[in-house]
Design a protein. Structure first.
Length: 259
């Protein structure tokens, strides 16, 4: 099982949209078995797949109560996609980990071992924060995808994420940057400037694919479905399909950056 974290310290850049649609593309279009983990207390990824709940186990129970991962996995309604949902209980789980005296970096990594043969890919949608649950995600991950958009402060977030990935190699020497993915792309000077900047600076390992802005993405969140399902002929569906293929090529070749 290859584990991919979707993360950026900035909010609103397309992390959840990327996680949701990457999982769909890998599973429903390419026939891989995918485990999608919501690692954000907001639970937007869980809501997107219609599995948000306070009555069922969640990723918080895995962190705080040592619940085995297989008991937290729920079906999404898509044959090839299973999910571990999240809710606001994840905030309490982070506090629990902070006050624990033993090393807490590897809870998620170790919890995934027994079910790793059941899946080809694990996609982790992370909060725009660095806390003990996101550190756990980095400890468990083989690759990191950083979604970015085109504002004046975007590069600050990217540079900080590169530092965090480098720091993470201290407890996970296999982690690699798969690349930066430009989301909400529009054909205007700001987006073109960002595109040129990302491609010019090779340390960002920018994907050739950009995810074009379309209202269909926001609409799909109300429909509680990946954009592939809501609007299969949209520009975003085509772009996420192309991105997924490019990501698989990078993984096969050794990813975008080895550090």
């Amino acid at each position: 099982m290859k584990t991919i974290s979707i993360i950026n310290l900035k909010g609103g850049v397309g992390k959840t949209t990327t996680a949701v649609n990457l999982a769909y593309a890998l599973a429903e279009e390419m026939n891989y078995h995918v485990l999608l983990i919501d690692n954000d207390k907001q639970g937007n990824c869980s809501q997107h797949y219609g599995v948000h709940s306070y009555d069922l186990p969640s990723i918080a129970d895995v962190f705080a109560d040592d619940l085995s991962v297989d008991k937290a996995i729920v079906q999404t309604g898509y044959d090839q996609i299973d999910m571990i949902p999240a809710n606001m209980d994840l905030l309490d789980a982070n506090l629990h980990l902070i006050y624990e005296k033993t090393q807490q970096h590897y809870i998620l990594r170790d919890a995934l071992v027994p079910i790793s043969r059941n899946y080809d890919f694990c996609i982790i949608d992370n909060a725009p924060d660095i806390n003990l649950t996101t550190i756990n995600a980095l400890a468990a991950s083989d690759y990191v995808v950083i979604p970015v958009n085109s504002d004046a402060y975007a590069t600050d977030g990217i540079d900080r994420m590169l530092e965090i990935i480098d720091d993470a190699r201290g407890f996970n020497d296999k982690i690699q940057l798969a690349g930066c993915l430009q989301c909400k792309y529009q054909n205007n000077p700001a987006n073109l400037q960002m595109q040129n900047f990302l491609r010019r600076n090779k340390e960002y390992a920018a994907f050739d694919t950009t995810i074009r802005f379309t209202p269909k993405i926001d609409e799909s969140t109300f429909y509680r479905a990946p954009v592939f399902d809501y609007s299969p002929r949209s520009a975003a569906s085509a772009d996420y399909r192309e991105f997924t293929a490019e990501l698989l090529c990078r993984i096969a070749e050794g990813a975008g950056s080895h550090g």
